[in-house]
Design a protein around this ligand. Sequence first.
Ligand SMILES: C[S@@+](CC[C@H](N)C(=O)[O-])C[C@H]1O[C@@H](n2cnc3c(N)ncnc32)[C@H](O)[C@@H]1O
Length: 267
Amino acid sequence: MDKENQYINIDDPTRANAGRVYDYFLGGHHYFDVDKEMGDKIAQQAPFIPKLAKLTRWFLGKAIRIAIESGFNQFIDFASALPTANHIHLIAPEGTRIIYSDIDPITVDYGKEIIGENPIVKYIKCDASTPEMLLESAVAKELFGENHKFAFGLNGICWFLQDKDISHIAKKIYDFADEGSILFFTDYDCETISEEVRNIIKMYERMNQPGALRSRDKMKELLYPWKTEEPGLLHLEEWFGWKPTVTDEVINTWKAGGLYGGIMKKR
Ligand SMILES: C[S@@+](CC[C@H](N)C(=O)[O-])C[C@H]1O[C@@H](n2cnc3c(N)ncnc32)[C@H](O)[C@@H]1O
């Protein structure tokens, strides 16, 4: 099934959807019984997954705050999901120009509704694996003009993108961006896929959302020529100065990995 068609039935309450299951893990309201059922099944296999979802959303807020403190006032965010708690326009000062995007048309519609009338905050439909759709859009041209200094977001999505897509995104946005631009992202560090991880991947495949896992070193390679900023690619808890207890739980259960996040820069 191609990516466009996999989302046609996104508002079908009889089929679980990965985005809505994420919302269930976050304690949100945008899910159906079928998503709760799937979320519970996933959590039964790996009880730490809902905590990983929350850590992912918290890292998003952290990275946005770091970007704002560093003076960024233009954001392009891929796979944004719903622009609710901790998302860019809720944190950023007035005057910040933002494009949110997602592949899921229902999320895009809800997203537009949540933002309301705001001439400098937009939400558009875009498959993150073809970022040029967004970068070359009339909306982006009108909003940003010739100023291409951005904070780009690729949070909570890389484990659903193939290696070739990551590498394509990294190059496209690098070429588009002015010097000094940054890219924040999260991914799952996984050298070898264990039986337990394979079971979770299969559950996501049933929602037409296949997983694509890789090691941290491989990810750095794919993100070339972006350069890692201090403090580096850290487990998500470490960004908050916490002990990586969830990460330890993941490593002990799955014998590999943990979620980590980082900020890269065009230097
Ligand atoms: C785990 S959520 C991440 C949301 C948000 N970035 C965050 O950090 O909380 C994943 C989102 O990615 C979207 N998505 C999945 N595949 C995508 C793709 N190829 N391009 C753009 N969005 C995608 C889903 O619709 C969902 O809203």
